[in-house]
Design a protein around this ligand. Structure first.
Ligand code: HEC
Length: 220
């Protein structure tokens, strides 16, 4: 699970103070304790009371939170995959009857586990060493053709990532994050330069996975 959540709240009255509250339970309490608003965060409510925010002249607040250190009445806890966590912004407000408090709308965030994407050593390199349909494996031919040495996973990785092609002019084998400009992928389809790979045969691996791997930054 990525720890990259920033809470944001807009359309607040200008220049009011408040803080975010959170819990894993939802409720609905109208005008709690004389507030002008409705409480939607229920049960064991944690408060970001150490992060009192002002809405300023734009009526907005933002807070980057740490999912490994979530406030709760009894201390703190870490969000686990599968948890849904609810948030509201609790702030000062003014009413005809005088000062009051108010609540933002509620926000529920479901947290899922991040499924790990393909990596070179585990998922991609084995495709380059397995026999292809009616052709040798990529690594059988590429012990150095065009400078491309695929003999081991580490050598292959070092030869591919951001490396200029030895034969096709001004091409890069793998540009992390940029599948369209990665010659490795182009050679598995209809290349602008030379033949489609594997030479004389059909690729036995998964071209879409190679594309996903490049788009995800081409990790080893
Ligand atoms: C039968 C031998 C053979 C096999 C098998 C083979 N290649 Fe090639 N490959 C070549 C030759 C020869 C060239 C240079 C001529 C060309 O680009 O058409 C080449 C060129 C390339 C290039 C471009 C090199 C450059 O610098 O421009 C890439 C990338 C490549 N192959 C990848 C692969 C991949 C990936 C596989 C496996 C799916 C593979 N090759 C299978 C012989 C082979």
């Amino acid at each position: 699970m990525l720890n990259d959540v920033t809470l944001a709240c807009a359309a607040l009255p200008n220049n009011v103070f408040g803080y975010f509250i959170t819990s894993q339970t939802q409720t609905f309490v109208m005008n709690p304790a004389g507030s002008s608003g409705n409480l939607c965060v229920g049960g064991a409510i944690g408060r970001y009371a150490g992060n009192i925010l002002s809405s300023g002249t734009t009526g907005t607040v933002g807070l980057t939170i740490d999912l490994t250190n979530m406030p709760a009445p009894t201390g703190s806890y870490a969000v686990m995959p599968g948890d849904t966590v609810n948030f509201q912004f609790w702030h000062r407000d003014a009413s005809p009857a005088g000062p009051t408090s108010n609540f933002s709308e509620g926000l529920a965030i479901p947290f899922d586990a991040v499924t790990a994407g393909p990596t070179f050593e585990t998922d991609i390199y084995p495709m380059l060493t397995q026999p292809n349909i009616n052709a040798d494996s990529c690594s059988t031919c590429h012990g150095g053709i065009c400078g491309l040495d695929l003999s081991t996973a580490q050598t292959a990785y070092n030869n591919l990532i951001n490396v200029a092609a030895g034969c096709c002019p001004s091409a890069i084998y793998v540009v992390p994050g940029d599948a369209a400009n990665s010659l490795l992928l182009e050679k598995l389809g209809s290349p602008n330069c030379g033949s489609s790979m594997p030479l004389f045969g059909t690729f036995a691996g998964d071209v879409n996975m190679i594309s996903d791997w490049i788009l995800a930054g081409a990790p080893f």
